[in-house]
Design a protein. Structure first.
Length: 306
């Protein structure tokens, strides 16, 4: 079931059956197709819209321990021996509220309706609200269990690198701090933090051309963590802003042939089993009965907003 919302020049579509994924975001004024949209056949569940990742990224062996409890997830990526991204992105959410410019949806896991083998009752509520200022995306995670609940959350947000008509030069900026080297056979962090090379320097300066070369890079965000795609030909910018609690980034552009994933994450990949400390890796949890809120915004604006 897909719900459509509108406000100002913006229109968005949210697919409740597949993780309440915002699968489409358009701006009529500029003819902009901001997010990569699914075709008739779904080629990859992560490479369109902004699918929710819970637990985010890879967990080696699909297992870790926390406060004396063992957490085990299916190894759904046999080539790396990892659990990847959870299953919430393909799980149905229920509709809580629908207005012309807003949709609210909910996933609830409990004793009679468990999520994988995750030993907690919890709720995830997502609100999508449009205004003349773009899309406001609010995610609330509530721990309904009686023990501290690990929260490893992210979004595989996939943008059209060329979001407006024309062949103008595209440049991407991501305010990034440390880079985390990964073993590119299993894509897990090694614990090394390399000095910035030409690609990282270009990303941080807003000079990266997403059509120039394939990249897959993992970073900690810097300052406000803002990420921007700038279309020099149309003199327009798409701006992606995330809550400071989403303090890590994975940036990926496939074969450099049209899309770029600007993925906010609460933690480093494999943070429970990290070669650096869990605290440094962003491993976090929510106390019983508590709710944590994460806010993101996407907007298009005139000029260079890098």
């Amino acid at each position: 079931m897909t719900e459509q919302i509108c406000a100002g020049d913006y229109t968005a579509k949210i697919n409740l059956h597949r993780g309440a994924n915002c699968i489409s975001l358009h701006n009529e004024k500029y003819g902009a197709v901001i997010l990569r949209e699914p075709g008739e056949e779904l080629d990859n569940p992560y490479l369109y819209g902004m699918p929710i990742l819970f637990p985010v990224n890879r967990i080696s062996g699909g297992a870790f321990s926390f406060e004396g409890r063992d957490y085990r997830f299916p190894v759904n990526e046999p080539a790396t021996g990892c659990h990847l991204h959870g299953m919430l992105h393909e799980t149905a959410f229920s509709l809580l509220e629908k207005r012309e410019n807003k949709v609210s949806c909910l996933y609830r896991a409990g004793e009679g309706h468990p999520y994988l083998r995750f030993p907690h009752s919890f709720e995830i509520r997502m609100d999508y609200e449009l205004s003349e200022n773009g899309l406001l995306h609010t995610t609330q995670v509530t721990n309904g269990s009686d023990t501290n609940m690990p929260v490893l959350l992210g979004f595989h947000t996939t943008f059209n690198a060329r979001f407006c008509p024309g062949d103008g030069d595209i440049r991407v900026r991501a305010k990034i701090g440390e880079e985390y080297a990964r073993n590119m056979k299993n894509y897990l962090p090694t614990g090394e933090k390399p000095s910035f090379d030409a690609v990282s320097l270009a990303l941080d300066a807003g000079a990266f051309d997403p059509f120039s070369a394939p990249i897959s890079r993992h970073y900690r965000s810097r300052a406000d963590g803002k990420m921007v795609i700038y279309d020099k030909g149309n003199d327009l910018s798409v701006v992606y802003e995330n809550d400071e609690k989403m303090g890590f980034r994975l940036i990926y552009n496939g074969n450099a042939d049209g899309y770029i994933c600007l993925e906010p994450q609460t933690s480093l990949a494999n943070s429970p089993n990290s070669p650096i400390s869990r605290e440094q890796a962003g491993f976090g949890w929510i106390e019983p009965g508590q709710t944590r809120t994460y806010i993101s915004r996407i907007r298009i604006g005139e000029g260079d907003l890098r």
